[in-house]
Write a protein that binds this ligand. Structure first.
Ligand code: PMP
Length: 298
C-alpha cells in the first residue's frame, strides 16, 4: 500500500509518524473541530469558505488555531500535493490537544492539527441515478442553546445515533428534525425541497450546519434565475414536495425519492434536482485553489 502523507502539527510526515496522545481532549472528550473538503481536478474546492467555518467554530470554542488561515490553506494544498492527488477528500482536524484527565481545556498546552488527504470514496452511482430512500429520525438535532449545530465539532454522536437508526430502518440516510418538528438536515448533509419550481431549504436559525455545498447550490440556483427560499418546513411538506435532494461535500447533490415510505414527486430524481446537480458538478470542476499552479491542465 502506498504511504499516506499527512500534515501533523506543522510538518508533512508519513502516516506512521502521526501520534496522537491518549490524553488529547479530542480523543477524551470530542473537544475539537474539523472540516471535510474536496479537491476536484487539481483544485481545492471552496477552501476559503471551509477555513472561514473552521475558524468560526474555533472562536466559539475559544480554541486558538496555532496557524493563520493562509498558513492553513498552504498546509491543505501541501498535503494534497505530498500525496500526488488531483481528486481528493481532505479531512482537517484541530483538537484541543493533550491535557490531563480533567475537562478543563486550559490544561491543554497546544492544539493537535492533522490534515489527511485521501482518495475519495464516492457514493454508489445508483444513488445518483435512482435517488435515495430516507427516513425521519427519532433523534432530534440539539437546539442552539444546547450545542450549536453551526459548530462543526468533533462530537458527532447526535448524527451517529441517527446513522445507527438508518441501519435499523434499512435506508442510507436520515432526516433530522429540531425540537419544534421542523426538518433541519441529514446526518452529514443539508436538505432542499422543490416546490412550485423553486428551492426551499431550512434557515440557519432552524439549527443546521451552514453547509458550503448548500451555499454554493443557493448561489448557483439564484444565478440561474431559480427562486431560493430559506424557510422552515415540516415532514408533511417534505413528503408532498415535488422533489427533494441533499447537499454535502461528500454527497455533492444527491436526489431523495422517498421518506418514511412516502414517495416524493414521481419517485425518480426530478428535473430541477438534475439541473442543480449538473450546475454544481460543472462549477466544482472549474473553480478552486490550484494545487499544481505551474502544471498545464489537460
Ligand atoms: N450538515 C452536517 C451535519 C454535516 O456534517 C455536513 C458535512 N460537513 C453538512 C451538513 C454539509 O456541509 P458541507 O456542504 O459544507 O459539506
Amino acid at each position: 500500500m502506498r504511504t499516506r502523507w499527512m500534515f501533523f502539527n506543522g510538518e508533512i510526515v508519513p502516516e506512521s509518524a502521526v501520534r496522537v496522545s491518549p490524553f488529547d481532549h479530542g480523543f477524551l472528550y470530542g473537544d475539537g473541530i474539523f472540516e471535510g473538503i474536496r479537491a476536484y481536478q487539481g483544485r481545492v474546492f471552496k477552501l476559503a469558505e471551509h477555513l472561514a467555518r473552521l475558524y468560526a467554530s474555533a472562536k466559539s470554542l475559544l480554541l486558538t488555531i496555532p496557524y493563520t488561515p493562509e498558513e492553513m490553506a498552504n498546509a491543505v494544498v501541501d498535503t494534497v500535493k505530498a500525496n500526488n492527488l488531483r481528486d481528493a477528500y481532505i479531512r482537517l482536524v484541530v483538537s484541543r490537544g493533550p491535557g490531563d484527565l480533567g475537562l478543563d481545556p486550559r490544561n491543554c498546552a497546544e492544539p493537535t492539527v492533522i490534515i489527511i488527504a485521501d482518495n475519495i470514496q464516492l457514493y454508489p452511482e445508483s444513488f445518483y441515478e435512482q435517488g435515495l430512500p430516507v427516513a425521519s429520525s427519532a433523534v432530534r438535532r440539539p437546539s442552539g442553546d444546547v450545542l450549536n449545530p453551526q459548530i462543526k465539532s468533533l462530537n458527532y454522536l447526535n448524527s451517529i445515533l441517527a446513522k445507527i437508526e438508518a441501519g435499523q430502518r434499512g435506508v442510507p440516510e436520515m432526516i433530522l428534525l429540531n425540537q419544534w418538528g421542523h426538518v433541519v438536515e441529514g446526518t452529514g448533509d443539508n436538505v432542499f425541497i422543490v416546490r412550485q419550481g423553486g428551492l426551499v431549504t431550512p434557515p440557519l436559525s432552524a439549527g443546521i450546519l451552514p453547509g458550503v455545498t448548500r451555499q454554493t447550490v443557493m448561489d448557483l440556483a439564484r444565478d440561474h434565475g431559480i427562486l431560493v427560499r430559506e424557510e422552515n418546513f415540516t415532514l408533511h411538506e417534505l413528503y408532498n414536495a415535488d422533489e427533494c435532494f441533499l447537499t454535502g461535500t461528500a454527497a455533492e447533490v444527491v436526489p431523495v425519492v422517498s421518506c418514511d415510505g412516502r414517495t416524493i414527486g414521481s419517485g425518480r430524481p426530478g428535473p430541477l434536482t438534475r439541473e442543480i446537480r449538473d450546475l454544481f458538478m460543472q462549477y466544482a470542476a472549474t473553480h478552486g485553489t490550484d494545487i499544481y499552479p505551474n502544471v498545464p491542465v489537460g
